[in-house]
Write a protein that binds this ligand. Sequence first.
Ligand code: PEP
Length: 251
Amino acid sequence: MRRKIVAGNWKLNTTLQEGVKLALSLNELVGKGVPENVQVIVAPPFTHLTEVRKVIGNKTGLAAQNCSAQKSGAFTGEVSAEMIKSAGAGYVIVGHSERRNYFNESDLDLSSKVINAIESGLQPIFCCGEKLHEREKSIYTEVIKKQVHLGLFDLDAEHFKKVIIAYEPVWAIGTGKNATPEQAQEIHQYIRHLIEEQYNSDMADNTTILYGGSCKPSNAREIFSKDDVDGGLIGGASLSADDFYSIINSF
Ligand code: PEP
């Protein structure tokens, strides 16, 4: 059975103290139980990783929000996948649209980040998704195909097994406007089809594909009920332990 995941992306929010408090509140709720086969993950800022690791139980996964395309050396301000792993994380978000769009991260950079992450023992949560004008022009499948091909499909099958994909339509992120469950299902099924073409049907069946974009307690249940939707990457709503826990319990 495919693993379900609910991952919270805290983005550029919370001081260290606020982050630890949020993690403690979440940990208390998660301690009451989560649905079977659901992996909970939190992605705080880099500075919080080690402290958050100490307060979330070992059942909750820890992710960084980005990693360097470089392994080490004279790259001031960068944080490598290996450093993230050594801070106690097991996952890293790669290719979030905010990184692609505000920091001009290219498909080539993202491919290097994915490889570095896997070689360092992290599971990448690879984000893809179209912008509003691309959806309006009905070229969204081409956009996603290109992102997935260039970012992921250089991986051999053993490496690809570590990948988690998040479909995040850019027009739905932080806008309050979520994709409909049918729109999410269409793209998740399409991504699975791309994986089958590139690898095989087992790989397509076993890859966890998350939906992200204004997912909240009021819409998560309907979105997660779709066959090819295996959970969510949650931004704004993950900053409230209660809302995030309610989303976790939407399966
Ligand atoms: C995200 O940042 O990945 C995201 C989906 O944000 P939000 O839930 O706030 O739209």
